[in-house]
Structures are given as structure tokens and as C-alpha cells.
Design a protein around this ligand. Structure first.
Ligand code: NAD
Length: 383
């Protein structure tokens, strides 16, 4: 079993360390900030105790997991690792500095991976002399529970690094998909309309938050509605991801952030964690207008935009069709893969909806992917 090091003992880092230790690796979990290591230790202890209560692990297993992890503030302890996963705060300069330090400490055959959500792997790799051993491994929160990991080779990453990184993460029981090193990778790119188009529908006064959420859940089978989900993720985090993706795509209007969410963030209405977001959690939840015709229109508009985004990701070779569908079902719990869903409802119907929206609003935001137009012309399906 190789030694694995995790840099940054926050939400993601401690989850990743838990997975690696559970799978039997010797793990070094490093953080530089006062209190971070102690917090991670306490949090992990609590999580493992809960797993004992649920009879998912035994007391001995808990001890084994904890014994495998060395919690440290001394980065030299990462020596001898064959895989280092970086999960510090989202800051390119800090990450680059860190990657150089890591490279100076580990052996030549050690893979150095970043869990970044939004930075380019190519830019992080640039800090390393052997950039071919650097790769993105993007876990989802909470890392021990969410099955998906996006593997992101950059232009510098070698095939050997990619195959090896993938096989390690696969051996941890995760579902891996390969994504191109482009903004948002698969999930954070394809999911944008779930939030953006829902907010737009609200802004136009077509329906309120509760009605939009009801439509997506009741008629679409989504586990959570967009506003519930944004409140769960946090409006600060969700807004920042949207803004980052928008900027990184050279201000493509398809990813434009909204004032509604920006104001929520500015007001401190961050969602569940602040007690108030789109919903006020100190009060009863508002009732949805359960008009099925209205609900279908809402679902149809958001779903068409999601399918357009998934098709465009395929058109631009961001990932294979299988991986695009897997990413959305395993990374964000969509009830179906968007491309197989498109086959079910007919891609010609999706094109009709997009054309209708584009004509009505005259916005580039609604432009159909060339792949969809081509498929309709050729009478083709995704599968
Ligand atoms: P976090 O703020 O919970 O944890 C970051 C940790 O890094 C903190 O404990 C901090 O003390 C430590 N740190 C900061 N600078 C450091 C340095 N120079 N050396 C060592 N430790 C340092 O953040 P998080 O939510 O766990 O996110 C970490 C990374 O994972 C980010 O790149 C983020 O984009 C990505 N990510 C986050 C999520 C999520 O939902 N939170 C999901 C996927 C990916």
C-alpha cells in the first residue's frame, strides 16, 4: 500500500484523508494554520464515532483508521509519499508555491494532484519541474459519501500519471470520469443552468422559489430543487463558482451570474448555514403553486438548457458521453444522465425549446449547441 499525503485539513482534505486511511493507506494529513489540524482530528473522531453508532464500522476499525493517519504541521513528513493530494484554499499563487515545495520533498515517481474546483491544472502544473506528474483529482463534498471523482489531466500530464492516478482512485471504490482541463470540468460546467435558468425564471416573475423547486422535484425527479440546493451549498460558494466559470469562459453569456444571487450573498443570506437564504429556515416553508402545466413549462425550460450544456460539452470533447452522464448522476445526484434523458424526450423537442427561447429573448445564452442541430438534421440519438 502506497503512502498518501493530503495537504490542507479542511472540509475536503480531511474527507480525502479519511477515505485513504479507510482503504488501508498510511496517510499524512498536513495543514499549516493554527487549530486546523486539531479541528480535523476532532471532526474525524466525531464522524468515525457516528459510523460506529450506525454499525458501519467497529471500534477496532476506527482505531485502525486513526492509527493510519499522521496529523502534522511539518510538511517534511510527506516524504516517501507516492500520491500527494492538495486541498488548500482556492488560490493559484498559494497552490503554485506549495506544489514547488511538494516537488522538492517527494520522490520522482510521486503523483502530485490538486482537488481544485476552478483553477486550471495547467497553471498549477507550471510550478513543477516534472509537470507530467501533476493532475487534477476533483472530489465532491462530502468526499467520503459522494461516489464521483473527476480526473483532469492537463496538457502536461503524462498518460502514465493519468492511468496510475485513476487506478488508485478506482481502487478506493470511487467512480472516476476523465475531464478536459477546462473551466468547471464536467459537473460545475454542465450544472450551471440548473441554478442560472431557475433564477432567471424567478426574476421574470414566472414562479416563486417554492414552485420552481416543486416542479424540478415532483415532475423532474430531482432530489432537491435549485433554490433548496443553492441554500444547501451556500449562496456565497455557489455564486463564486458561477462567477469564476463565467470569467474563465471569457464572459460567455450562457454562464452569466445573477443579481438575485449576488444580493443574497451580499445580504448574508447564505442559505442553511446562516439560517436564511432563498428560504427563511426559522419559519415554515412556503407552499408551492402545484399547477402541473406551469411546473412542466419550468422543468422543460431548465432541462432543455441542461441538455444543451451537456451536448455542448460532448461537442467540445470535454468528456465522453458516458462520462458526462455518469458525472451528473454520481456527482450531483441527477435522476438520469442528461444525454440519455435527451434521447428519451427527443433531441428535436429540445432544439425546438431552445430556438423558441432564443427567438423570444434574442440572447446568445439560449443558442443551441451545433451538435444538437446536427443531430436533428441527421435524425440521430446519443446512444
Ligand atoms: P477549507 O477552507 O475547508 O480548507 C482549506 C484548508 O487549507 C484549511 O484548513 C487551511 O488551513 C488550509 N491551508 C490554507 N493554505 C494552506 C497552505 N499554504 N498549506 C497548508 N494548508 C493550507 O476548503 P475546502 O472546502 O476543503 O476546499 C479545499 C479545495 O478543494 C479548494 O481548492 C476547493 O476549490 C476544492 N473543493 C471544494 C469543495 C467543497 O465543496 N468545499 C468541493 C470540491 C473541491
Amino acid at each position: 500500500m502506497i503512502k498518501v499525503s493530503v495537504i490542507g485539513a479542511g472540509t475536503m482534505g480531511s474527507g480525502i484523508a479519511q477515505i485513504a486511511a479507510t482503504k488501508g493507506h498510511k496517510v499524512c494529513l498536513y495543514d499549516t494554520f493554527d487549530g486546523a489540524i486539531e479541528n480535523a482530528q476532532k471532526k474525524l473522531n466525531k464522524i468515525l464515532n457516528r459510523l460506529i453508532e450506525k454499525e458501519r464500522i467497529t471500534k477496532e476499525e476506527k482505531e485502525n483508521i486513526l492509527n493510519k493517519i499522521s496529523f502534522t504541521k511539518d510538511i517534511r513528513e510527506i516524504k516517501g509519499s507516492k500520491l500527494v493530494i492538495e486541498a488548500i484554499i482556492e488560490n493559484l499563487d498559494l497552490k503554485k508555491k506549495l506544489f514547488k515545495t511538494i516537488e522538492d520533498l517527494v520522490d520522482a515517481d510521486c503523483i502530485i494532484a490538486s482537488n481544485t474546483s476552478s483553477l486550471s491544472i495547467a497553471s498549477i502544473s507550471g510550478a513543477c519541474e516534472k509537470a507530467e506528474r501533476v493532475i487534477g483529482v476533483h472530489f465532491f463534498n462530502p468526499a467520503p459519501l459522494m461516489p464521483l471523482v473527476e480526473i483532469i489531466p492537463s496538457v502536461q500530464t503524462s498518460k502514465k500519471t493519468m492511468d496510475h492516478a485513476k487506478s488508485i482512485i478506482d481502487s478506493w471504490g470511487k467512480i472516476t470520469v476523465i475531464a478536459k482541463d477546462t473551466p468547471g470540468f464536467i459537473v460545475n460546467r454542465v450544472a450551471r443552468p440548473f441554478y442560472g435558468e431557475a433564477i432567471r425564471i424567478y426574476e421574470e416573475g414566472i414562479a416563486d422559489f417554492a414552485t420552481i423547486d416543486w416542479s424540478l422535484k415532483e415532475l423532474g425527479g430531482f432530489r432537491m430543487g435549485p433554490f433548496e440546493l443553492m441554500d444547501y451549498i451556500g449562496n456565497d460558494i455557489n455564486y463564486t463558482v458561477t462567477e469564476t466559470v463565467f470569467t474563465a469562459f471569457y464572459y460567455d453569456s450562457r454562464y452569466k451570474p445573477s443579481f438575485t444571487q449576488r444580493r443574497m450573498m451580499e445580504a448574508g443570506y447564505l442559505g442553511r448555514k446562516s439560517g436564511r437564504g432563498y428560504y427563511d429556515y426559522s419559519k415554515d416553508m412556503p407552499k408551492a403553486n402545484q399547477d402541473r402545466n406551469l411546473g412542466k413549462k419550468i422543468l422543460w425550460r431548465i432541462l432543455s438548457m441542461l441538455i444543451n450544456e451537456a451536448a455542448d460539452a460532448l461537442f467540445l470533447n470535454i468528456a465522453t458521453k458516458g462520462d458526462i452522464d455518469l458525472a451528473m448522476t454520481k456527482g450531483v445526484n441527477y435522476p438520469k444522465g442528461l444525454l440519455s434523458w435527451a434521447d428519451e424526450i427527443g433531441i428535436n423537442n429540445v432544439l425546438e425549446e431552445l430556438k423558441k427561447l432564443q427567438e423570444e429573448y434574442g440572447e446568445d445564452r439560449y443558442r443551441p449547441s451545433p451538435l444538437i442541430k446536427r443531430m436533428v438534421k441527421d435524425n440521430a440519438t446519443f446512444y
